[in-house]
Every structure is written in C-alpha cells, then in structure tokens.
Design a protein around this ligand. Sequence first.
Ligand SMILES: Nc1ncnc2c1ncn2[C@@H]1O[C@H](COP(=O)(O)OP(=O)(O)OP(=O)(O)O)[C@@H](O)[C@H]1O
Ligand SMILES: [Mg+2]
Length: 396
Amino acid sequence: MDPVRNPFAPGAGAPPPELAGRDELLETVRVALARIRLGRAAKSVLMIGLRGVGKTVLLDRMCADAEATGIQTVRIEAPETRSLPGILAPQLRIALLRLSRNARAKDLATRALRALAGFAKSLKIKYQDIEVGLDHDPEAGLADNGDLEHDLQALLETAGIAAQSGETALALFVDELQYVREDELAALITALHRTAQQRLPVVLVGAGLPQLPGQMGNAKSYAERLFDFPTIGPLPPSAARDAIIKPIEHEGAQITDDAVALILERTQGYAYFLQEWGKHAWDAAESSPIMALDVERATVSAVATLDESFFRVRFDRLTPTERRYLRAMAELGPGPHRTGDIAEVLGKQSSALGPTRASLIAKGMIWSPLHGDTAFSVPLFDAFMRRSMPGDAWRA
Ligand SMILES: Nc1ncnc2c1ncn2[C@@H]1O[C@H](COP(=O)(O)OP(=O)(O)OP(=O)(O)O)[C@@H](O)[C@H]1O
Ligand SMILES: [Mg+2]
C-alpha cells in the first residue's frame, strides 16, 4: 500500500497516530493538575515503565494538555551527563518570563526570576553546566545559599507563589528521571515536599525506568508516600487492537482479524513494537485489507529494523563485558533471573560481577525487580542478544 500514506510512527518520542489505552491516566493527571492549581492536595505523578512502552509521548501529551488550560509548564529530559539544575534553570526561566507577562503575577514572577538569578549564581561553582540568561539582579538571601537542597526549595517556593498569584500552576514535566543523581533527586523531592505542604501550585509529572521508585526512596525515605507511581506497561489487547486498527481505518483501509491477532502476538502489546509492525505490515501489503500473510512478511523486516535501531542504539553503548553479562542473561530466557544464576552461566562469583551489573543498571539496561533478581529494561531484549551474539564464542 502507498508508503506515503503509512500512518504509523515508530521512533523514540514520536507521537502515535492513535494514543491507545491511556485515557484513564491522562484523566488522572488532568484532575491532579487542576486540583493543584486550586490549592487542593494532589500527588505528583511518576510514570514507570520499560523502554518503548510510551512514557515520553504520554508526558508530551500531558504537557500539551496542561498548557492548553493555561498552566505554566517546564518540559525537560534528565540527561545522563548534565546536572538537574543545569537543565532546569533555562527552562524555568522561560516559564517565569511567560508568567511575568500576566499582570497579576508580574511582581511575584519578577521576584522568582531574582531567585533564579541567585540560584544560578551561587550554584555555578558546583554545577558548572548552569547556563541561564539573567533578567534581574539576585536578591540577597533568596535562593543563593550555595546548597542545592536549600536553594531549589526556595526557588520552587518563590515560583509557586508567583504561579498562585497568576491563578495558574507550575508543572514540571521531567523525562528519564532515573538519570538524575541521588543528591539532586533528594533536593527535588524536598522542594516538592515543601511546596506541597504549603499547598503551592507546583507539581512534578515524571517518567522513568522501573528502578526509579527505589532510587527516589533511597534519596528520601518519604518519597514513596509523596508520589504516585503508575506503571506504564504493554497495551492490553483491546487497546493494542485500537492502536493498529484505528490508524489504518482512518486512512480508509482495512486489516483482517487474523492479521491483527498476529501483530498482537508478535509485539506482546508493546507500544514501540506495535508501531513498527503496523508500519511494516502496511508497507508489505499490496492492497487493502492487510492480511496475516502480510504480517508474516512484515515480521522479518520489522525485526531487522528494530535490530538496527531500537535495540542497536542501546547495544552500541555497552562495553564488551556488559554485553557478555546481558548475553548470559539472554541465555536464561526473558527473565527476571536470579543474579546468582547469571553468574553461574558466566562461571563467575556474583560479587565479581557486581560492578558490571551496577553499570548496566546505571545505563538503564537492567533493573532489579526484587532483591537478588535482575531483569531487562528493554522488552524482548533477550531474543535480540541471542540474535546479535549467536553461538558460544561469548562464553570464552
Ligand atoms: N498508547 C500508545 N498507543 C500506540 N502507540 C504508542 C502509544 N504510546 C507510545 N506509542 C508509540 O511507541 C513508541 C515509543 O514511545 P515512547 O518513545 O514514548 O516510549 P518510552 O516509554 O518513552 O521509551 P524510552 O524508555 O525508550 O524512552 C513511539 O513510536 C510511539 O508512537
Ligand atoms: Mg522516552
């Protein structure tokens, strides 16, 4: 069928043609943000899920929905290599400048911009990656202590007061939260705790890999009570069907039930894979309706594409030792696996593999669902590892 009209959108953060199965969560977050704006209690929301389940597109949608209601949003992605203050400061500045155009909030937003100036100035030595335009002079004693935990709290508090005066809210949308360092995470949690206690309209909507709740708990023991952690998983069958059928029908084409069933089986409902299979099935079909046979052919090219993109980008970031560790895990199947069993496959002591395991967790490749267990963070990664490191040579 005409590839130009192909509706599917595989790709990191690529908005899908049909955002299937997430209405309930979108509504929960909409209500939470509206409540916070009114000074009512509501928890910040951190979406937890494996790679490719659709966290980023959800976050973007929530951010766009919030903006449409006049909430001031800050949208950032925590990078592996930069500091949270470094990445937050410039975006917060933009939100505060926008807020300062609101007549009711002008003075207090200006004060928040002063707080930001003090914040950036005093933390610049510790976080050299803070680069932010300064619109106002700092106010002595306002968010300029030089201690992140204290200053971030003062900054978000001042910003919250400004948002309140403008009858809006400040919503921070932060992706890849698991990459934030523990002390920076602790500072963020403390600051949000403080604004929540004061019923200031400041809220975090975040997304991260499954190790995030544990990291938050380590950073601040009360974090798990302060936030909701909805799990973003594979789409249930009815939603997965919608994700495939609706975009096709929207283009005036059809797909048979058998073909849809086969896509669901192959993708296990994982969002990224649904987009990839949908795309390849469309391209494989000569004409509508798309048939099971087309999906069979699409499977070969979809897997090849994933191997060269979704899986490959992650594989390329690994050291040879890390690859062997993941290959040994794959030998045992999809998992989760006992950490001791993985060590046994490699003929090593668990303790000797500790550093490798830790670096794989830091890179977001694996996580620990239970003490002593290890699981892949990327769905279907075990099969990919067996394809990319076939045979037994890796054991040597
Ligand atoms: N609810 C959904 N229905 C259909 N397709 C979806 C849905 N959510 C996401 N997708 C598709 O899945 C793919 C991955 O989405 P996204 O990048 O948001 O995942 P992610 O969880 O952020 O992954 P990562 O952890 O790798 O960043 C995209 O191609 C997107 O279009
Ligand atoms: Mg993402």
